[in-house]
Design a binder for this molecule. Structure first.
Ligand code: PHE
Length: 339
């Protein structure tokens, strides 16, 4: 009884000890009750009463102390141990994706010289992706090797194949079919090609197409537009070259190369050691394409170009592997926080 009265019950932890020691099923009191059967029959009743008294005493002490401990903790603020001088934990804010940053930067540059944005579908029909653009029936780009064709729904009334667009040039066609002349448009968007994924290529990437159609548009106008863009995007200290090329929808056609800014001309896996990287294709809109879209090719001419946003972003920020753009590694993405 003296022991029960003297035990420490001042804290929640001590109280727990007390409960286990005296009231628990394996505690000291339970032990004493167990020993009751060894007590001679004539004494059992008296000792049993004493034990019951002790148990009540212990329970009473426990109840009282528990109430006291609870009252004490209720009087304290819940965060009494909280250090108000600690700096706050910052909110985890997301960052803008580098491809979006560069896309917007490119569109702003072209907006300054009068190019407004137009968009078109990613699931496209053969006419807008290929045929109107003067691709011959048997052109290799139509092959399953390069293009993702879309299976029509069973019983669907389709007269031509549907596919994931292989370039943003489909929007050229849609704009020329529907908009009044002159046309001055930039057309950003996602494109798809059936290619093996590597540091330089992906089966999904982004392009920005440009189109200008008016009277007396010349190749010199195209070159000045591209020069202006490259200077605005990368600065004065950069070389640009137009390399003769072929596209079914432009004539003449040229690929646009600039100094490789990843290795600054020293040679790397992106420019394959040449010091030059291609940033896009361009050319004068083929008269057949103008006619396919209902534009009089005797009166009007135009130029067009298409650039890869991934490529421009890699050059701008020295990103050596294009797969980083789609892996969503926050250690990569956070580096563009301040842009
Ligand atoms: N569509 C071409 C491509 O995807 C690029 C291009 C656009 C070339 C416009 C000329 C004119 O590679």
């Amino acid at each position: 009884a003296a022991e029960v009265a003297a035990a420490d019950v001042s804290t929640a932890a001590a109280l727990d000890q007390f409960r286990l020691l005296y009231l628990g099923r394996k505690g000291r009191l339970a032990d004493l009750f167990d020993q009751l059967k060894t007590v001679p029959a004539e004494d059992r009743r008296a000792i049993g009463q004493q034990l019951n008294g002790l148990k009540q005493q212990a329970q009473a002490r426990f109840d009282e102390a528990q109430a006291a401990v609870e009252a004490a903790s209720a009087n304290q603020p819940a965060d009494a141990n909280f250090d108000y001088t600690l700096p706050p934990v910052p909110n985890a804010l997301g960052t803008r994706h580098p491809l979006n940053l560069v896309r917007e930067q490119m569109l702003r540059i072209f907006a300054r010289i009068g190019f407004a944005v137009a968009e078109g579908p990613e699931i496209e029909d053969d006419w807008h992706n290929f045929t109107a653009l003067n691709f011959p029936e048997n052109h290799p780009a139509r092959d399953m090797q390069d293009t993702f064709f879309v299976e029509p729904a069973p019983g669907a009334d389709v007269t031509q194949p549907f596919l994931l667009r292989t370039h943003t040039s489909n929007v050229q066609v849609r704009v020329m079919e529907t908009e009044p002349l002159p046309i001055r448009r930039v057309m950003p968007g996602r494109v798809y090609r059936n290619e093996a994924i590597s540091a330089r290529a992906h089966m999904m990437f982004h392009q920005i197409e440009g189109l200008y159609v008016d009277e007396n548009v010349s190749f010199a106008d195209l070159k000045q537009t591209i020069y202006y863009f490259v200077r605005e995007m990368f600065g004065e200290d950069i070389n640009i070259r137009f390399r003769p090329s072929y596209f079914p929808f432009t004539e003449p056609s040229a690929e646009i190369d600039i100094t490789c800014l990843i290795c600054k001309g020293a040679g790397c896996n992106i420019c394959k050691g040449s010091g030059w990287v291609e940033i896009g294709g361009s050319g004068m809109v083929d008269p057949n394409v103008l006619e396919n879209c209902g534009i009089d090719s005797e009166k009007y001419s135009g130029y067009a170009w298409g650039m890869g946003i991934e490529r421009i972003t890699m050059l701008k920020y020295q990103v050596k592997d294009l797969r980083l753009f789609t892996e969503n590694d926050v250690r990569f993405l956070r580096q563009f926080e301040a842009q």
